[in-house]
Structures are given as C-alpha cells and as structure tokens.
Design a protein around this ligand. Structure first.
Ligand code: TYD
Ligand code: MG
Length: 462
C-alpha cells in the first residue's frame, strides 16, 4: 500500500485525509487509507454516491414521475392500481404454462397499439415462436420490438439503444450474466441458479432505474411456490404479481403480492381462450355454471381472493377404502386443514370418517387456503358421508376450532353481499355474526355439531 504524502482516502468510510496514517482518523479502521491517485475508479465511484446529499422536505418530492400509466388491459391495470409506473420493476410469477407470456404480450401489444415503443426480450422462445403467438392474439403493432437474447449485457445495450417505455424480460431464469473477462464468471452457476437470477435481476433493476424504463421480469414458480429464484427477488423489485389458476381450467387470477405504488388487495380475473386472455366480468358463470344441485357432498363457499369475493363450489366424496391405509386427498384446499376438520367431525359432531377414503376439492381450478373454508369443508364431508344433499341455495363460511366451535371470519359482509348477488338465500355463518343483507337468511351456528344437526346431515354416519 502506498505510504506517500498525497491525499488519502479510507476505503471503508470514504473520508479523506491529507497524509497517510496506519489508522483512519474518521472511522478508526486500520490499514484502510489508500492514496487517491492509486484508487482511481473506486474513488470516483464513491464520489458518485453523493455521500454529501442533503435531506429535503418529503412534501417537496415530485410525484409526477410516479404516476401509473395505464396499459389498456383493464384487469391488469386494476391490479396495478392504474397501470405501470415509469422506471418501476415488476416481477410476474406463476407456474409454467399458466399464461405469463401471453398476458405480457397482450400488455405490450396494447401499449404499442397506443403509440408507445415497447420491447419484449424473449430468452426462452425464438422470435418466430413469439410472432406466431402474437398473430393468435390480434394485429401486431409496429411499435412492438422483439429481441431474442439470453445475455443480460446484450439486453441492457439493446434497451439503451432502442429506448423503449416498457421492457419485458421473459424469463429471469433464462437470462444470464456473461463472463466478465475470458475464463472468469462474474456470477457463479448456470442460468436459473439463485446466484445468476439475483445478479441478472440486480443489473436489470439498475437499468430500469437509471434509464427510467418500466421493466417487467417473468419468473417461473413451482406449484408450492418454493422455487428459490423468483422468491429471492421479491425484495429487489417494486411490485410482485402472482398469476394463478389451473392449466386445465380457463380461469386465471392475477394478484399483487407486493406493490410499492398502491394497495395490494385487487384481483384481476381472466379467461384463457383461443385468442389469448379475456377479462371475466362474471366469475359465477365459470365457477358455478356446471354445478349439480340435489347431490350430496357439495356446498358453496364465499371465498376471498385478495379483496374480492368469489363464490366457489366445494365438493367432498367419501368412498370405501381402496388400500390398506385410508386416503385423504385435496385439490385446491389445504390438506392439513382437511385432516383437522375430519378429526373435529369425528370427535365433536358424532360423524366418524375413519376407515374410508375422503376426497375434497374446489371446482374451477381455484385455490382456497383460508381457514374460513373449514365449515364448508366440514359440511361437504358430512353431506357426502351421510348421503344427505344440502339445499341448492345454501352457502357456508366459518373457521372451525379444535373444540368444534365455529369462529368468525374476515370480511363477512363482503362475502354475504356476493352470496346475495348470486342468489344464495341462506348462508351458514358463525353465531357471532352481525345482521346480513336483507335478501339473505343467516343460519347462525356455534359449533360444527350444531351446523351438521340443523342441516340434517347426521342420519346414518359414514
Ligand atoms: P404461456 O403464455 O406460454 O404460459 P407461460 O408463459 O406462463 O409458461 O401460455 C401457455 C398456455 O396457454 C399454452 O398451453 C397455450 C395456452 N394458450 C391458449 O390457450 N390460448 C392462446 O391464445 C394462447 C396464446 C395460449
Ligand atoms: Mg412463457
């Protein structure tokens, strides 16, 4: 290390001194003073950090830059609280095949159609494949640019050159940071590794902020949502969107998990059709359209998805044991809560469901994880086990405790309003519930045993 008489800078705290010393007079660290001339680029980088920036009144901060720009895809804009903020970074997560590329191509085409220049960076599909998909969705506007590339450096160069308003990178797992110098890799691992995904996202976030380009990153997430890549990015981006649904069903749900520019509760509903995603105004048609009434084992639940209520059909089937062990199987529900509900039915409602297989599902590819579904699950199983159908105009909502009690749920008024709107005249609710809308008769129950008895599902046992 140079021990000369010129100006020296501490590489730890950034302060400068006139002469070299063994210990920085400002921060007290040892052996951190380096002659400025020798520091060169690092010293300049520290200066660029503008460590001397002064605080300003919060009220004087300009808000015009943070105004959301509508994309024209109504359900997308609803979830984004108006549209996309310039310079913001959004992560769109979802299972492979759910429709992320389709949704974003529609967003890009809508923006380009309104006269903006937008760029799709396709790292997974060739430009040819993307063109074919775009043709399926409608006319391809001239302002929609495509770059088929996987190297983040090339992506950033292209963005700087083309200066689009909006960039989509599809997907963050398919891009990679190239070797810094031949034989050396800046970020370890193959594309898709956590280190690569983070490094790429970091560079793209930097690009979005420094060039004021709104950027959307696509991230594939596995069914349990546990894929390390996208989850590791949530703190780096402004907005995290989740695109959900079942590949075998048409309905798709778009939810904001995190949003720095507004509240997160909005739900966007789409239907996947032959020409891309269409908005859904009436989810009841998709979710309850094929419901069989007068059959044991079905009940309707007013479920909350974000801030919106969706009426979904819960179904249960109780069948003789097919193997040595009884089977419990769920689709769209929490398996652990089903097992607990079965134990409560047996212990507190006199309906033992041991020695049989139990299946429970939510129709339409919707996932319901909230405890408010417990009572409906219990009633569906009780109805299936006894063969007593529940009334066609009946819905049920309530959380079930281990003592068999039925507990209050969040946002009951909102759920009851939607039940009334769709013609459900009776709703089984926790005993502590306030009065509901005029068109709905509330069946207040204090326990699962009470609910099962009042609906006559106690007849023969399993
Ligand atoms: P895609 O957007 O490629 O999913 P992701 O990017 O999340 O992996 O969509 C995949 C599915 O959507 C595919 O199975 C085909 C279907 N699809 C339609 O049903 N209609 C359409 O108009 C399009 C473009 C796709
Ligand atoms: Mg895709």
């Amino acid at each position: 290390m140079a021990r000369t008489a010129g100006r020296h800078r501490c590489i730890d705290c950034g302060s400068t001194t006139a002469r070299w010393a063994g210990r920085c007079p400002t921060c007290g660290e040892w052996n951190t003073l380096v002659e400025e001339a020798a520091l060169g680029p690092l010293a300049r980088a520290v200066d660029e950090l503008d460590l001397g920036g002064m605080p300003v009144p919060l009220a004087s901060v300009d808000l015009t830059d943070a105004a959301a720009v509508p994309t024209g895809i109504v359900e997308f804009d609803r979830v984004m609280c108006g549209g996309i903020v310039p310079g913001s970074v959004t992560l769109l997560g979802g299972e492979p095949g759910i429709g992320k590329s389709t949704l974003l191509l529609q967003v890009l085409a809508a923006r380009a159609g309104a006269g903006h220049r937008v760029l799709l960076v396709s790292a997974e599909e060739s430009a040819h494949q993307v063109r074919l998909r775009a043709e399926r969705l409608g006319p391809v506007p001239p302002g929609l640019l495509i770059l088929s590339a996987t190297d983040v450096g090339a992506v950033i160069d292209a963005v700087v050159q083309a200066a689009p308003d909006l960039v989509v990178v599809d997907s963050i797992q398919a891009v990679a940071v190239g070797p810094a110098t031949p034989g050396e890799r800046r970020a370890a691992g193959v594309p898709g590794s956590v280190a690569q995904v983070r490094e790429c996202a970091d560079q793209l976030v930097g690009m979005a902020k420094s060039h004021q380009v709104a950027t959307v990153l696509v991230g594939h997430v596995t069914k349990d949502g546990s894929l390390a890549g996208p989850r590791a990015l949530e703190h780096m981006v402004d907005t995290v969107l989740s695109f959900e649904g079942d590949r075998h069903h048409a309905l798709r749900l778009l939810l904001a998990v995190k949003h720095r520019f507004g509240p997160t509760g909005e739900l966007g509903l789409f239907e996947m059709g032959d020409h891309g995603l269409n908005r859904v105004d009436d989810p009841g048609r998709l979710l309850l359209g094929d419901r069989l009434v007068g059959v044991a084992g079905g009940v309707v639940l007013p479920a909350l998805q974000g801030r919106r209520t969706l009426l979904v059909e819960l179904q249960a089937l109780v069948a003789p044991m097919a193997q040595a062990q009884p089977k419990r199987s769920v689709v769209g529900l929490d398996g652990g809560r089903l097992v607990m509900t079965l134990a409560v039915l047996g212990r507190h409602a006199g309906l033992p469901v041991t020695g049989v297989d139990v299946f429970a599902s939510v129709a339409g590819g919707i996932r319901v994880a909230e405890p408010a579904a417990d009572l409906a699950v219990a009633l569906a199983v009780a109805s299936a086990a006894t063969g007593v159908p529940l009334p066609a105009d009946l819905a049920a909502v309530g959380e079930v405790g281990l003592a068999g009690e039925v507990r209050q749920v969040t946002h009951l008024p909102r759920r009851l309003e939607e039940a009334e709107r769709l013609g459900f005249g009776r709703v089984v609710v926790p005993a502590s519930s306030p009065a509901g809308p005029p068109g709905v008769e509330l069946l207040r129950v204090d326990s699962v045993a009470d609910a099962v008895r009042r609906l006559g599902c106690t007849a023969h046992g399993a």
